[in-house]
Design a binder for this molecule. Structure first.
Ligand code: NAD
Length: 316
């Protein structure tokens, strides 16, 4: 039987650590079990996090180091284990091979105990790792998804919001497709508080139209920029995971772009990539087929092709 509010976090590195704190801060889970190949690191993170529980607005969450057997009754599993790219590292294929091996080892353990927990994949390259995990282990497709372009979307919203001098939460729209090079913005869906992109200069007193190409380029470059400056990325991805966890625990049915294995939606299959999904207690409750312009549909198909090529190169 699944315990509601029990979450297993695999990976206690930079991302795992920030994710642990972001999830705790939301006060929506009752138990967090941390697993890392480096047991000292896991224990260190757990003890540090436990020291937050006596503060007034912290939930008295049970936080401990555990094992994969803890997955048996967990309702959510978050996968953040495996190395990140380093600044200057340009061989994505090497990272893909390493992290698919890490995911393989982790999935072999998880699926000994459960196929019922909602599994959120963070490990990069997230689209390839998610596809591999779902297909090789036959994990229910609606219960496993990657954070995908949720983080890129947050970055884009922040960039546009800064130009309009409004709250990022009033910027609507998505990056879709790959969490990576081929990601794109369907501009026909972007608006600020309901105001279409082309009306923004008038409505917000901007001196020029939005530079769409620059926004896309800056959004895509943001991760690497942070990585170069501070050595890793953590806050944005941690909030992305925390947002998903909250949507699942509270059955919010909110619409967020996540990387999921497509089974004919948008006429695409044999790929995991980001499209807007309804997220609730059962994970991906629904894949939304949003209205795209013909050229945007082509961009989505191009992402699919690019990802499938990488899957093929990896022998997946
Ligand atoms: P990190 O090196 O700080 O941490 C990785 C952790 O994984 C380490 O603690 C390591 O001991 C552990 N680990 C390695 N192999 C393991 C295994 N087989 N079982 C259990 N634990 C294992 O890296 P990080 O900065 O925390 O990044 C983690 C992952 O998250 C990377 O793959 C990175 O690319 C990815 N990431 C994804 C996004 C996204 O948007 N999807 C954003 C940021 C980072």
């Amino acid at each position: 039987r699944m315990k509601e509010g029990k979450l297993v976090l695999v990976g206690a590195g930079m991302v795992g650590s920030a994710t642990l704190n972001a999830i705790l801060a939301q006060s929506v889970v009752s138990e967090i079990v941390v697993i890392d190949a480096n047991e000292d690191k896991a224990l260190g993170e757990v003890l540090d996090a436990l020291h937050t529980t006596s503060f007034a607005y912290s939930t008295n969450t049970t936080i401990r180091v555990g094992s994969y057997a803890d997955c048996a009754d967990a309702s959510i599993i978050v996968m953040t284990a495996g190395p990140s790219i380093q600044a200057g590292d340009n061989d994505r294929r090497v990272l893909a091979e390493k992290n698919i091996a890490v995911m393989d080892a982790v999935m072999a353990e998880i699926t000994r105990y459960t196929r019922s927990a909602v599994l959120i994949v963070v490990t990069n390259p997230v689209d390839l790792v998610t596809y591999f995990a779902q297909t090789k282990y036959n994990y229910p497709a609606d219960k496993i998804f990657g954070t995908g372009t949720l983080l890129d979307t947050a970055r884009m919203r922040q960039l546009i919001a800064a130009q309009c001098n409004v709250d990022s939460k009033n910027v609507h729209g998505y990056l879709l497709g790959e969490h990576g090079e081929s990601a794109f913005i369907p501009w026909s869906m972007v608006n600020v508080a309901g105001i279409p992109v082309d009306e923004l200069p008038r409505a917000f007193g901007l001196s020029a139209a939005l530079d769409k190409e620059k926004i896309l380029a800056d959004t895509k470059a943001a991760g690497l920029r942070v990585l170069k400056l501070k050595g890793f990325t953590s806050s944005g991805i941690a909030q992305s995971v925390a947002r998903l966890v909250r949507a699942i625990v509270l059955n919010e049915r909110c619409v967020l772009p996540v990387s999921c294995v497509l089974q004919g939606e948008y006429d695409l299959e044999q790929v995991a990539m980001s499209v807007p999904c309804v997220i609730g207690a059962n994970g991906r409750e629904r894949v939304l087929e949003v209205t795209l312009l013909p050229e945007e549909q082509d961009q989505l198909a191009a992402c699919c092709e690019s990802l499938q090529k990488m899957l093929l190169q990896l022998g997946l």
